[in-house]
Write a protein of this length. Structure first.
Length: 293
């Protein structure tokens, strides 16, 4: 595509991208950085097969924002390279006040309380109408898990005025702990007590390959139903450690402190409705994992 045409298209999208980035980051300067990075990637990319440039740019900005959110506490500012002069003129310095007014300071305060993946899922879906299938590729989750992220974020946003997410997280952690206690002890009745009858366990390709290398060939990629799931996990997960995965209670197998497999849990009405096992190194690198005592 012609460089001048790309610059014009980007200029037409810039205000919307700035809004997307600002609602995720709550910082005009960081939003500028994310939008600029999107322009640099666009200027370098082969866009001949890009059918939806607007969607492509939204995805790039969202991924940049997710990385910034996850690294915010330790991120080191880097000087802009000479390529930055490729970027069309930046918005007027007063745009931060305009962005804050359009988003609403109350919403920004609430969004700050969300885990990075929750925030991205909520902003993209609820505020900009991006499909869960598209968001799933950005946050490195399945569409079902991504829908749950947005749902959890939505509940926190709606109840921010008079509700604290801590009790929900405490209940979530208690259920995850109960699951692993029952699993390690081979206690089928206790496992069934915390599993929804229609629970589904899904594993990514890396977990499937790992299981195959250990001689397990059946019932790895997907397992459905409480009885089948309970039987699969009974007596297992001896080395799994409780952890916060993007701020949400889950578990991780981390020999020598290096995360190898992550267990993500979807919980509804006090029951586990979904378990995701992920071992893809790139996917794990995008997660914020805090191993708990």
């Amino acid at each position: 595509m012609d460089g001048e045409w790309l610059a014009e298209r980007f200029e037409a999208e810039r205000a919307r991208l700035q809004g997307v980035a600002y609602q995720m980051l709550g910082s005009a300067s960081e939003a500028d950085d994310a939008v600029q990075e999107a322009w640099l990637r666009l200027s370098r990319a082969d866009t001949t097969e890009v059918e939806n440039l607007s969607g492509w740019l939204t995805t790039v900005v969202a991924r940049v924002c997710l990385d910034l959110l996850r690294a915010r506490t330790s991120r080191r500012e880097e000087p802009l390279t000479a390529e930055s002069d490729l970027l069309p003129d930046a918005a007027d310095p007063e745009h931060e006040a305009l962005l804050a007014e359009s988003v609403g300071s109350a919403l920004l305060v609430v969004l700050q309380r969300l885990a990075p993946a929750e925030r991205v899922a909520f902003v993209l879906h609820d505020l900009f109408g991006v499909s869960f299938d598209e968001i799933a590729g950005i946050v490195g989750r399945s569409p079902v898990a991504t829908r749950q992220l947005a749902s959890r974020a939505r509940r926190r946003v709606r109840g921010a005025g008079d509700d604290d997410p801590a009790p929900d997280l405490a209940r979530h952690r208690a259920i995850v702990e109960a699951f692993f206690r029952a699993s390690r002890g081979g206690d089928l009745p206790a496992l069934l007590a915390v599993l929804d009858p229609d629970v589904v366990v899904r594993s990514d390709e890396a977990v499937v390959r790992m299981a195959a290398a250990r001689g397990a060939v059946h019932g790895i990629r997907e397992v459905r139903g409480a009885k089948a799931v309970a039987e699969q996990f009974a007596g297992l997960a001896q080395a799994a450690q409780l952890a916060l995965i993007d701020g949400v209670p889950g578990a991780v197998w981390a020999p020598k402190g290096r995360p190898v497999v992550v267990f993500g849990f979807t919980i509804e009405d006090g029951k586990i409705t979904g378990i995701e096992l992920a071992a893809d190194p790139e996917r794990l690198s995008r997660l914020t994992i805090e191993i708990l005592a």
